[in-house]
Design a protein around this ligand. Structure first.
Ligand SMILES: Nc1ncnc2c1ncn2[C@@H]1O[C@H](COP(=O)(O)OP(=O)(O)O)[C@@H](O)[C@H]1O
Ligand SMILES: [Mg+2]
Length: 387
């Protein structure tokens, strides 16, 4: 098996850190060199292990390493310069002000720095498995949409920005003390962009990466999980399973009777809704799973005979079909709200927008001369006819 990246995401407090750490412990026991890395700014990986963990990978036991990413460490001086230049550049060159504003609200370069680690570990083949204990759902969605957003801006604005800088620089330097970035900076921006594109390809390749949704059996957590699933599919990330954590079993007695029946309904909803995904049920444990030994036990309970590195679902979120001479782009978007779904064509690109999240599709070449003529959304499947 090649290297694997497993990313656990979900609402705050559902058990992402515990499950990620527990998974890592069992992988290490199976003699796979494993890193569990926390990208949640509110790190709690150290708490789960009961050991302080630094911003560099720290050896926990044989084959097991843990790291709590520090943005400060990851974003070195050069990176900071770049950030300043970027925002400065887009504001000073008289480019579309909305774009400049959007640049400023981009998920941020903080998130990108975590992605840079991922790329490094993957390319350097440092570990057999990298398990990501990610930030609560919203934040990790930002993280995962970052390469996509960056692609969009780079394609649209970067070539213009570069040209503008060339034309303006001779005059600019005489009228302003603020410097315009030179070609060196552009080169580094370009290489950063290449990095991000590469990271996107790593994270969206089901042979390498898999995203796992962690939830608790309650209504709020269920809604958030459905939303997250839809957005992840929109961006083409491979989601293979749902972990329903903290399930009360019979041993919890009569006091929890109401809760058990409530949880039962949610669990049924989960199995009815996520039909293509593997569903892992994790009981509420009698004590907090802290320390390698307890985490290991938790993992035995979760996976029993399954290998955590397996891909539990091979569902494709996007398909390109030819049906009765019609070219169709089929996108699975279960739980998407039809009202919030928009499909449009801009400068030869196919754009699908769901609420605030927008995905630009770079289509295979047979589609390059085609435009969307019709879009239909039924039972969580969006069919876009291209002509
Ligand atoms: N199955 C479980 N049984 C009992 N306690 C759990 C279980 N899963 C997680 N916990 C506890 O719940 C709390 C929150 O879990 P944590 O993994 O930190 O969640 P998250 O990373 O999603 O915020 C922690 O105190 C953790 O030890
Ligand atoms: Mg956590």
């Amino acid at each position: 098996m090649g290297q694997r990246i497993l990313l656990y995401t979900g609402k705050g407090g559902v058990g992402k850190t515990s499950i990620a750490a527990s998974t890592a412990c069992s992988l290490a026991k199976m003699k796979r060199k494993t890193l569990v890395i926390s990208t949640d700014p509110a790190h709690s990986l150290g708490d789960a292990f009961g050991i302080d963990i630094g911003p560099k990978p720290k050896k926990m036991t044989e084959n097991l390493y843990a790291q709590e990413v520090s943005v400060n460490e990851a974003i070195n001086t050069h990176w900071n310069e770049l950030k300043g230049y970027l925002t400065g550049l887009f504001q000073t060159e008289g480019l579309d002000p909305i774009s400049a504003e959007e640049i400023a609200t981009l998920p941020g370069f903080d998130e990108a720095s975590q992605l840079l680690y991922l790329r490094q570990y993957y390319d350097e083949k440092t570990y057999d498995a990298v398990v990501i204990d990610s930030a609560p759902t919203g934040e990790s969605l930002k993280l995962l949409s970052f390469p996509e957003a960056m692609t969009w801006y780079m394609d649209k604005i970067f070539p213009m920005g570069r040209l503008a800088a060339r034309l303006v620089r001779p005059v600019w330097n005489t009228v302003s003390s603020m410097s315009i970035p030179d070609d060196e900076v552009f080169k580094s921006v370009e290489s950063l962009y290449e990095y991000l594109k590469r990271i996107r390809s790593i994270l969206s390749d089901p042979k390498i990466s898999t995203i796992r949704l962690v939830m608790n059996p309650d209504k709020m957590s269920l809604s958030e999980t459905k939303r997250a699933f839809t957005y992840l599919l929109l961006y083409g990330y491979p989601v293979d399973s749902v972990f329903v954590n903290k399930i009360y079993d019979e041993s919890t007695g009569s006091f929890f009777k109401g809760w058990r029946s409530n949880q039962g309904e949610i669990i049924k909803d989960v199995s009815d809704s996520f039909t293509d995904l593997r569903i892992f049920k994790v009981p509420m444990l009698k004590e907090e799973p802290i320390g390698i030994e307890k985490l290991q036990k938790m993992s035995d309970l979760i996976y029993s005979d399954s290998d955590p590195l397996d891909t539990f679902s091979k569902e494709k979120s996007i398909q390109f079909l030819k049906e009765n001479e019609k070219y169709i782009v089929r996108l699975k978007l279960p739980f998407a709200d039809k009202e919030k779904l928009e499909v449009f064509n801009k400068g030869g690109e196919l754009i699908v927008q769901l609420g605030n999240w927008k995905r630009v599709f770079y289509l295979p070449t047979v589609y390059s001369d085609k435009n969307p003529v019709k879009a239909e959304f039924n039972n969580g499947v969006l069919d876009i006819e291209m002509k």
